[in-house]
Design a protein around this ligand. Structure first.
Ligand code: ZN
Length: 414
């Protein structure tokens, strides 16, 4: 079995969910029948204990930050359900990462690392020592643990091996460099080019233009535009064709203490005459059916093989918003209006261009955030504009002008 994700790209935005679900179920049937299942998980502030109902090959752990998580991969293991956790561990999730590996994810309320660990003498449980770490100093890479040799499962025979050439989540997302003035009192904007890596986003019907490439070019043009003006500091969530889960994207903005987060996208629609730009801000309830559909599409970026790699284990089509987020949401809405006002000299907008949707990537509680759909890759004029240098720079000037105006206004309010 050799899935070429890019061949599926045309169908991806419309059919990602059924395809992903199909892929996951076909893999599950190939799980070695002798694999030990995760039968119990107990965790507190200092220790995690994972028990199995059979033998496994080994385990490895790694930490992720923004949102803070610890992942435990069980080689030769089958995922069970849930787990019991207290203290800094907010929740426990399990899923079959690949046919031979169960992944357990611990969602934390602060960064932590695994400092030590060992299997029991009978190989049927794994104890891990957990320690919270101040700041963002995390040890790189994985730590591996093996059961005693006589109680170690054999790796599956070749016939079980299935290659799934999909992107893997980063063990740790490094913070990007900040460009622009060195003065830290200058406002900082984080520009997020949507999608990337295995996730192409929307695809144009004929020209084979991928959203991930188009929006990266626009994001870079916005950065260059802002740097040229010399007033605003800029960081990008990605500058290459790499994949980040949605929480890692706004996590970067939060960790950098950014003043504004803008996620740049390009949409697709069944109706090829649909065209123009739309600005989305966060809301629990979508402003219209189309906005709800868009949120479902964009939030799906977190799902690979039917497993949600993001920090949210609830249905990604609806998210709960904290009351503390209201102030941030007001600033986001103000910026959305400004983006339309300042941008319309350069960018063609749709009717009612400010819409609301429950978009995971906008969920930073303390960073004003907007998602900007720059146009439709399914529309002939839009795709020509968005994939040409001159069009990209027009859109970038519109966005950069709005960002400058936003911070100028903030400064004047002080
Ligand atoms: Zn998108």
């Amino acid at each position: 079995m050799n899935f070429d994700w890019t061949d599926m790209a045309g169908a991806l935005h419309k059919a990602a969910m059924p395809f992903a679900a199909l892929l996951a179920s076909s893999l599950l049937t190939l799980t070695p029948s002798n694999a030990g299942s995760v039968s119990r998980i107990d965790a507190n502030d200092s220790q995690i204990t994972v028990s199995f109902d059979g033998l496994v090959e080994g385990a490895s752990t790694f930490s992720l930050i923004g949102p803070d998580r610890i992942a435990v991969d069980i080689k030769g293991g089958k995922a069970g359900r849930g787990g019991h956790a207290t203290g800094m561990i907010k929740s426990v999730r399990q899923g079959q990462y690949d046919p031979n590996t169960a992944r357990i994810v611990f969602d934390l309320d602060r960064p932590a690392v695994i400092t030590d660990g060992s299997f029991s003498a009978d190989g049927k449980s794994l104890k891990l020592s957990l320690q919270s770490v101040g700041g963002h100093v995390l040890k790189k890479g994985r730590r591996s643990f093996l059961p005693p040799a006589q109680f170690r499962a054999e790796p599956p025979k070749k016939s079980y091996s299935v290659k799934v050439p999909l992107g893997k989540p980063q063990d740790k997302v490094a913070l990007p460099k900040i460009s622009g003035p060195k003065d830290k009192s200058r406002p900082l904007v984080v520009i997020d080019a949507g999608h990337g890596g295995h996730d192409p986003g929307s695809v144009s019907p004929h020209g084979g233009k991928y959203e991930k490439n188009v929006v990266l070019a626009i994001a870079k043009a916005v950065r260059d535009q802002l740097i040229a003006s010399g007033r605003i500091r800029v960081a990008m969530t990605r500058e290459t064709d790499k994949y980040l889960v949605l929480e890692e994207r706004y996590g970067i903005a939060r960790r950098l203490d950014a003043d504004l987060f803008i996620s740049i996208h390009a949409d697709a629609a069944g109706n090829q005459s649909a065209s123009g730009a739309t600005v989305y801000t966060l809301s629990e309830v979508a402003s219209d059916r189309e906005a709800a559909k868009l949120a479902a599409r964009e939030n799906r970026s977190n799902i690979i093989n039917g497993v949600n790699l993001g920090g949210s284990n609830q249905d990604v089509s609806s998210i709960l918003i904290d009351l503390t987020q209201r102030e941030t949401m007001n600033v986001s809405a103000d910026f959305a209006k400004l983006l339309i006002r300042e941008g319309q000299r350069m960018i063609k907008f749709r009717a009612n261009p400010h819409r609301f949707a429950s978009l995971v990537v906008l969920k930073a509680p303390d960073t004003p955030s907007v998602l900007f759909e720059t146009g439709y890759l399914t529309n002939k004029e839009d795709v020509e504009l968005l994939s040409s240098r001159s069009g990209q720079s027009k859109v970038a000037i519109g966005i950069a002008n709005a960002i400058e105006a936003h911070f100028a206004r903030k400064l004047a309010q002080r």
